[in-house]
Design a protein around this ligand. Structure first.
Ligand code: AMP
Length: 483
């Protein structure tokens, strides 16, 4: 199939061809004709599927023939959870719409509101926004929703996770009843379905990938390692595997900052992006990472949500996420739009609950591979993905799966100075019992005690409950309260 068969106008086809796209992705093939026909849409699409063009192209087509928007009005509203994602969607609007005479802008928090108000004064045909700033602008009469003809809710699941449900409902209540609605979500929980029922009118349903399964072209691997040695293992892998560009996920903002410092100490150029960084810092870090000036970008889930980097070869989970769906989103950052990629998770024994939840969600066991010189003293138990683990379960002490009783005293051991444990090796028999002992023969002895102690006792905040009742990261609470 080619783009010409989808019913898009010539200026849009030209822009698509200039982007170098030959074939519509599955979601584009299904979504574009449906949107052009005026249908509502309920699309389940993972990151990297080309969904942005899936709604942007038909949106531009539909709006091109309409009279221009009046001042402080817009004809189409795209609401999305994060600043990065909003900026990227707007870039796509500009890219695909470059041969059309259409006005658009993007608004999000963390930057001055006045320039955004100025841009809205003349009116825009397409407005891309994060929910909080959009409502602030509405409150200040900088934007009216009375002329909105098309509403796009992108990454709806994430907006709900971030506690934006009340904002979304408020935005919807301020719009004319008659409009076209496009809902995109990576997952469809009961909450999303409830939202969809109140929003969508006889929608075309599109499901381009089996829900909650990981992108097939991502090669996934777990390196079991003690918590206090993760930073040293990461440095080792970056050097030994020759990773020139890797996106590393940290569960917390504090953890991300700390990891950047440790990597810089090892002469690895790294930067962090998370909710405590200013928008200017986040934009700069992302731009430098895209250009290859920054080798390692350490990000929290929220900050990374919108990152789109073509051909990103390597994703690393420095910690496993508390929300298992985030694992799918994280590794979706690699192997985007048909390319292949690698996702490596550094997993310590205390993360067995997260690992079990993830393996249950993706219905797969992720292969494990210990790295020579970094074999854990605290064995990573077999995951209990076939069973529902108890809430907040800690690794079981002396359980049959916790081989050799090594999980015992694990908590206190984590907080101890590294001592000479860094050089300790588990026997080959012990390693073999873990299923896969083929370590990296180039292990460097430089994964030293001082690197270990640098990261020792790294305690991370516990997840908190969000307004929506989901288990969420502290950053999400802060972000949704701090718009
Ligand atoms: P998205 O899922 O919308 O974030 O898109 C993921 C990536 O795929 C972006 O880098 C797009 O530029 C790229 N992309 C979108 N559509 C196509 C296509 N039909 N062919 C090749 N790449 C595409």
């Amino acid at each position: 199939m080619t783009f010409d068969t989808l019913g898009l106008s010539e200026p849009l086809l030209r822009a698509v061809s200039e982007k170098g796209y030959d074939t519509p992705s599955p979601i584009q093939a299904k979504a574009i004709p449906a949107v052009l026909d005026g249908h509502d849409l309920m699309a389940s699409a993972q990151t990297g599927t080309g969904k942005t063009a899936g709604f942007t192209l038909p949106l531009l087509h539909l709006l091109a023939d309409k009279p221009a928007a009046n001042s402080n009005r817009t004809l189409a509203l795209v609401v999305t959870p994060t600043r990065e994602l909003a900026a990227q969607i707007h870039e796509s609007v500009l890219d695909y719409g470059k041969h059309l005479n259409m006005r658009s802008t993007v608004v999000f928090g963390g930057v001055k509101i006045n320039p955004q108000m100025m841009k809205l004064r003349r009116g825009v045909e397409i407005l891309v926004a994060t929910p909080g700033r959009l409502l602030d602008l509405h409150k200040q009469n900088a934007i009216s929703f009375n002329d909105v003809e098309v509403l796009v809710l992108d990454e709806a699941d994430r907006m709900l996770d971030m506690g934006f449900i009340h904002d979304i409902k408020r935005i919807i209540s301020l719009m004319p009843k008659k409009r076209q609605n496009l809902l995109f979500s990576a997952t469809f929980s009961d909450e999303i379905r409830h939202l969809a029922r109140g929003l969508l009118n006889n929608p075309v349903e599109i499901d381009v990938a089996p829900q909650n399964t990981t992108a097939t072209k991502v090669e996934q691997k777990i390196h079991p390692v003690d918590k206090g040695r993760k930073a040293a293992l990461l440095s080792h892998l970056i050097r030994n595997e020759g990773w020139h560009q890797a996106l590393v996920f940290s569960r917390t903002k504090h953890g991300a900052n700390k990891l950047v410092k440790l990597l810089e100490r090892d002469d690895i150029h790294a930067a962090a992006i998370h909710g405590n960084k200013s928008q200017a810092q986040r934009t700069k870090a992302l731009a430098e990472f895209k250009k290859g000036k920054v080798q390692i970008l350490v990000a929290t889930d929220i900050a990374a949500r919108g990152i789109d980097i073509d051909q990103l070869p390597q994703v690393v989970n420095f910690d496993l996420p508390n929300v298992p769906e985030d694992y799918v989103h994280r590794i979706g950052r690699t192997a985007r739009a048909g390319s292949s990629g690698h996702a490596v998770s550094l997993v310590s024994a205390d993360e067995i609950k997260q690992l079990s939840d993830i393996e249950r969600l993706i219905k797969n066991k992720i292969p494990r591979e210990e790295v020579e010189g970094f074999e854990p003293d605290h064995a990573l138990p077999e995951s209990r993905s076939g069973h529902r683990p108890a809430r907040n379960a800690q690794p079981r002490r002396s359980s049959p799966s916790n081989r050799n009783g090594q999980g015992r005293n694990q908590r206190s051991a984590e907080n101890k100075p590294a001592g000479n444990g860094g050089q300790r090796r588990r026997s080959s028999q012990q390693r073999a019992s873990n299923g896969n002992g083929n370590g990296n023969s180039n292990a460097r002895s430089a994964n030293s005690n001082n690197q270990r102690s640098n990261n020792g006792g790294n305690s991370e905040p516990r997840p908190q409950k969000a307004r929506s009742g989901n288990l969420i990261e502290p950053e999400r609470v802060i972000q949704s309260g701090n718009r």
